[in-house]
Design a protein around this ligand. Structure first.
Ligand SMILES: Cc1cc2nc3c(=O)[nH]c(=O)nc-3n(C[C@H](O)[C@H](O)[C@H](O)COP(=O)(O)OP(=O)(O)OC[C@H]3O[C@@H](n4cnc5c(N)ncnc54)[C@H](O)[C@@H]3O)c2cc1C
Ligand code: SF4
Length: 472
């Protein structure tokens, strides 16, 4: 830390974003970057703490104080090599990570945290612009062949690491293009898909084979899969959505959030001339009164898509209480990551969020949803909710999107076909990434349950080390 007074003299500024009223008219990325001078100034706020809580909070163990200092002096080439040493895909985390590192930054105790995410994003953008991100295929091959099932961030990271040490890697993906939830969950407004294509191109040039449109366990039998590969990494995500068991759930116009998000992401891809499968069932929010149930990332992405489609109005019901002043509930003090954000990109664009609202059911006319029945509740977790007496109310709705989380991975097909054991939550049991089936490993949401992109990348990397040790 060359500037010991940096954090006293420089104040955090807001990361640039396109104005909500402009960006809501298109699907282009909403985030921008600070000018280089300003960013280097911001990096000088880092105190290079003796105990860097930022580093500890990052699932990847990113060497944050080190690259903050390299950013401060403008040594971007060294900064990107430090960043790539622990994170294969900083362009994804730099954009959409909720940044547990910033929540844990020591400055966040009584000031604003260092702009770690913005520094990360700037560094990787600079590296791509300068042509420093080039394919680095291994010099020799081991003769071993690994299959990675699923091309989300966990599968991509596992594939990158295993390929790096010389194994031949094939990634199988059932969707029409790689990326997992990065491509079909997260909207373009948060992450434009050419960024995934750019990284896949580098991975392909390094020798990784991506085979899309293949559902393993159905299109490719588990016997063939195991027969043709020395090891199998399961990175198939956690895709069974938590349902609302309430009256009216089966009315037309009531959908899981992911059905809607897959539709919208495919629509955007098609409108940009990228290959996209036709959605099985078109779901549109255009001109409708939309109610989104659930206030996490998935719910917010439904709000942002509905607004872009021209919904008549959008209301998000969140069962949790209002985020207190300062942004943290008492049960998530520093350095723990807050569970809910005070505001998010989607709500800045429009729509309304009501906290402490529990949905009791839906009512319809002629088989189609017309209103949502809900009540006010208090309490900090789903287990301690207390209904507010006499608070029931009805909201007119033509489209209801359920975004209350994911319960577990899909068992039917691949996982049951392999015969892997499950833990008590229904995730693949793989304490040390090793499943109950010989030469079969698991990483990412399929192992730990629905999580974050940064966790998935960290999972893929750690799993690759275990597979590598076994193959050697
Ligand atoms: C709408 C939404 C928004 C999100 N936003 C954010 C965010 O802003 N920031 C953040 O950090 N996290 C976010 N997340 C969470 C994050 O996207 C996930 O935690 C992460 O993508 C998990 O990575 P994964 O590789 O384990 O699984 P996934 O990304 O789910 O990838 C699994 C892949 O496996 C494929 N697959 C499954 N079964 C088979 C099979 N039998 N054969 C072949 N392929 C198969 C799937 O098609 C999929 O491509 C969001 C999640 C959702 C749903
Ligand atoms: S906790 Fe904050 S101030 Fe301390 S080293 Fe990490 S980024 Fe720098």
């Amino acid at each position: 830390m060359a500037d010991p007074r940096g954090f006293l003299e420089v104040h955090r500024v807001a990361a640039p974003e396109r104005p909500p009223q402009d960006r809501v008219r298109d699907y282009a990325e909403i985030y921008g970057t600070l000018p280089e001078d300003e960013l280097r100034h911001q990096a000088s706020r880092c105190m290079d703490c003796g105990v860097p809580f930022c580093n500890n909070a990052c699932p990847l163990g990113n060497l944050i104080p080190d690259w903050n200092d390299l950013a401060r002096v403008g040594d971007w080439k060294k900064a990107i090599s430090q960043l790539h040493a622990t994170n294969n895909f900083p362009e994804f985390t730099g954009l959409i990570c909720p940044a547990p590192c910033e929540s844990a930054c020591v400055l966040d105790i009584d000031d604003d945290p260092v702009m770690i995410k913005q520094i990360e994003y700037w560094t990787i953008n600079k590296a791509f612009d300068e042509g420093w991100v080039v394919p680095e295929p291994p010099e020799t091959r081991t003769g071993r062949h690994v299959a990675v099932i699923g091309s989300g961030p966990a599968g991509m990271a596992a594939a990158a690491e295993l390929n790096k040490v010389g194994h031949r890697v094939t990634v199988y993906e059932r969707d029409e293009a790689p990326g997992g939830l990065l491509r079909f969950g997260v909207p373009d407004a948060k992450l434009e898909k050419w960024m995934i294509d750019r990284r896949i191109e580098v991975l392909e040039q390094e020798g990784i084979e991506f085979v899309c449109d293949v559902e393993v366990g159905t299109d490719l039998s588990v016997e063939r899969l195991r027969g043709e590969h020395d090891a199998v990494v399961l990175a198939t995500g956690s895709r069974i959505e938590r349902d609302l068991e309430v009256p009216g759930r089966d009315l037309d116009g009531v959908h899981f959030a992911m059905e809607y998000l897959y539709c919208r992401n495919r629509w955007v891809a098609d409108s940009q001339g990228r290959p996209a499968r036709k959605a099985e069932r078109e779901i549109s929010a255009a001109g409708k009164r939309v109610v989104v149930i659930g206030g996490g990332d998935t719910g917010m992405d439904c709000v942002s898509n509905s607004l872009r489609e021209g919904a008549e109005d959008v209301l998000l019901l969140d069962v949790y209480p209002e985020v207190p002043e300062g942004g943290r509930y008492p049960n998530t003090p520093w350095p723990i990551q807050p569970r809910r954000l005070v505001t998010t990109y989607a709500l800045e664009e429009g729509g309304e969020r009501r906290f402490g609202r529990q949905v009791l059911g839906m009512e319809g006319e002629n088989g189609h949803v017309r209103r949502v029945i809900a009540r006010e509740v208090s309490g900090e977790s789903s287990r301690t909710l207390v209904p507010v007496e006499g608070s029931e109310f009805a909201i007119e709705a033509d489209l209801v999107l359920i975004a209350v989380g994911f319960t577990n991975p899909e068992h039917e097909g691949l996982l049951d076909g392999l015969g892997v054991a499950y833990d008590s939550r229904g995730n693949v049991k793989a304490g040390t990434f090793t499943t109950s089936v010989d030469r079969v490993y698991a990483a990412g949401d399929v192992r730990v349950g629905a999580s974050l992109v940064v966790t998935a990348i960290a999972e893929g990397r750690r799993c690759a080390r275990v597979v590598e040790a076994a193959l050697r």
